[in-house]
Design a protein around this ligand. Sequence first.
Ligand SMILES: O=P(O)(O)OC[C@H]1O[C@H](OP(=O)(O)OP(=O)(O)O)[C@H](O)[C@@H]1O
Ligand code: HPA
Length: 186
Amino acid sequence: MSNFESLAVEAQNILDSADLLYNHQQIDAALDEVADQLTAALGEQTPVLMCVMNGGLMTFSTLVSKLHFPLQMDYIHATRYRDSTEGKEVKWLAEPRYDLKGRHVVIVDDILDEGVTLEAIIQYCKEAGAESVSTVMLVHKQHDRCITGVKADYVGLNVPDRYVFGFGMDYKGFLRNIPAIYAVSD
Ligand SMILES: O=P(O)(O)OC[C@H]1O[C@H](OP(=O)(O)OP(=O)(O)O)[C@H](O)[C@@H]1O
Ligand code: HPA
C-alpha cells in the first residue's frame, strides 16, 4: 500500500472513533454570528478578506457568502504543521495578491492553537502597511500555550485541548472535507 493509501485508512479509523464536538448546523450558526459582528465593524470599510490556506478554506467560503457588503478576497498560504499533527516553523507558500498598504485586512483561518502561524501573518500584514488587521478564527483551542498577545478578534467556537479536525482542519492531510468538527479519541 502506498503512503497516501495507508494514511487514508488511518484517517478513516480516526474518524470512526472520534468524538463529535460540533455538527454542521452549529458551525453555520456560529459563522452567522461572526458575519453579523464583521458587518457591524467593517461593513463600511471595504476590507480585504484573507483566507489562510489550506485550513481556512471552508470557513472562508462559508463566511464570505454571509457578508453582503463590498469586499475583496485574497489568500495567503503559511503552514507549519504540513501533513503532521505537530507544528514546526512557519513556511510561506503564497503571499497575497493585493497591495495591503492602507487597507483593512481580515485574516480568516480555521484554528488558533499556539498562535505561531497567526503571529507571523499579522506581522506580515503590518509590515505590508495594512491600516488595520482583524482576525477571524473558526475555533479557538482552550489552553495556556498560546503566544502572549496573539488573539482572535472574532471566534466562532471554542474547542478543548485535543487534536481536532473537520471543516477545513486536517488530520495528516485528510478529513478537512468533513462538514463537522471532531476531536481525535484519547
Ligand atoms: O496556532 P498554530 O499552532 O500556529 O496552529 C494553527 C495553524 O495550523 C494550521 O495550519 P497548518 O500549518 O496545518 O497548515 P494547513 O492550513 O495547510 O493545514 C491551521 O490552519 C492554522 O493556520
Ligand atoms: O488541533 C488541530 N487540528 C488541526 N490543525 C491544527 N493546527 C493546529 N492545531 C490543530
